[in-house]
Design a protein around this ligand. Structure first.
Ligand SMILES: NC(=O)c1ccc[n+]([C@@H]2O[C@H](COP(=O)([O-])OP(=O)(O)OC[C@H]3O[C@@H](n4cnc5c(N)ncnc54)[C@H](O)[C@@H]3O)[C@@H](O)[C@H]2O)c1
Length: 306
């Protein structure tokens, strides 16, 4: 079976491609390398350096693929606030293009949305029944992607699976660009012997999800063709504070120094999912605990540095 991964040169895509190749799938990747790295594309994966904003390209590329995992996106909330049109072009119109190509080909289509769609809804823990109130162009673009995906499932009987990712971390995540996520950025700083800055008192929490778990879920979704009529939150109810992260980092970097600065306006204080639905749909998936996953990730970054 051949799987097309859009955005396959990115963080989640690289991990997924490695896993699928190991399980003897054929893997094709389409990525415009805007944040993804060519050198991270695993040996054995076919690579097409194109943008999903070109509908003719994506229609051509998908032709021999039974499944498409749509990860390609212009990530980052601040980036979307700076340039909402570019975010819309890739995340909304690009998603429509991928859907149209999947429809033409009858491919199982798997979409990666984001917990940011909850926006101003502060109720915790999150579940799939709650109202969605995006607060940024990025979140709105992801919600439009969800809506289009579900509309294609209903209108064209397309096999569709929609996941909402929370804060994913693990190997292959880039620490080195302007909009890098907090964990790879901090691990990188530790490796350079630099101080870490926390905005606020460090008690803000995130539902961090290990990329290995995300990959296991997507692989299971592909091999068992798990379809669900609504989006499914992919997070396990971790409630990890940034101060807890620091405590774990100090096990590997005892000399780590931390500076606390003023809270940034707009930062969400807490994020946590109720994992009832994901557990019921994917009861066979075992989830590694946060500390072990973070220590494994640190070791990966150390070995990469060597
Ligand atoms: N990592 C997380 O914590 C997280 C959280 C919520 C949602 N998501 C979503 O999951 C998906 C994967 O996330 P990630 O962390 O691997 O992101 P990433 O930025 O590492 O990967 C995205 C990939 O898409 C590619 N891309 C961007 N624009 C493109 C275009 N026009 N055409 C083709 N390729 C393009 C990039 O070059 C990159 O390789 C994204 O859709 C992201 O929005 C991720």
């Amino acid at each position: 079976m051949k799987v097309l991964i859009t955005g396959g040169a990115g963080f989640v895509g690289t991990n997924l491609a490695l896993d699928l190749l190991e399980s003897d799938y054929d893997v094709k990747i389409i990525d415009d390398l805007s944040t993804g790295l060519k050198e991270n594309i695993p040996v054995g994966a076919e690579f097409i350096n194109q943008s999903i904003t070109d509908i003719n390209q994506i229609k051509e590329v998908i032709k021999d693929c039974e499944v498409v995992v749509h990860l390609g996106a212009r990530g980052s909330v601040p980036r979307s606030i700076k340039n909402p049109i570019a975010t819309h072009d890739v995340n909304s119109t690009g998603t429509l293009n991928v859907l149209e190509a999947a429809r033409q080909n009858g491919s199982h289509y798997i979409f990666s949305s984001s917990s940011s769609v909850y926006g101003s809804n502060k109720t915790l823990p999150k579940n799939e029944e709650m109202i969605l109130r995006p607060m940024t162009p990025y979140a709105a673009s992801k919600l439009s992607g969800e809506a289009l995906s579900l509309a294609y499932a209903k209108s064209y009987d397309l096999p569709v699976s929609v996941f909402r990712f929370f804060n994913i971390f693990g190997p292959w995540q880039r620490p080195d660009h302007e909009y890098a996520a907090v964990l790879p950025k901090w691990i990188n700083k530790c490796l350079q012997g630099e101080e870490i800055e926390i905005f606020g008192d460090g008690e803000q929490t995130r539902d961090f999800t290990y990329v290995g778990t995300v990959v296991k879920i997507i692989s299971s979704c592909i091999s068992n063709k798990v379809l669900h009529p609504e989006p499914v939150n992919l997070a396990y109810g971790n409630n990890i504070s940034l101060n807890q992260v620091i405590t774990i980092l100090k096990k590997s970097f005892p000399n780590l120094e931390v500076r606390y600065s003023q809270t940034r306006s707009g930062d969400i204080l807490h994020s946590k999912n109720d994992p009832k639905l994901i557990n019921s749909l994917y009861s066979e998936i075992s989830v590694k605990n946060f500390e072990d996953s973070l220590l494994e990730t640190i070791e990966w970054f150390k070995s990469k540095k060597k």
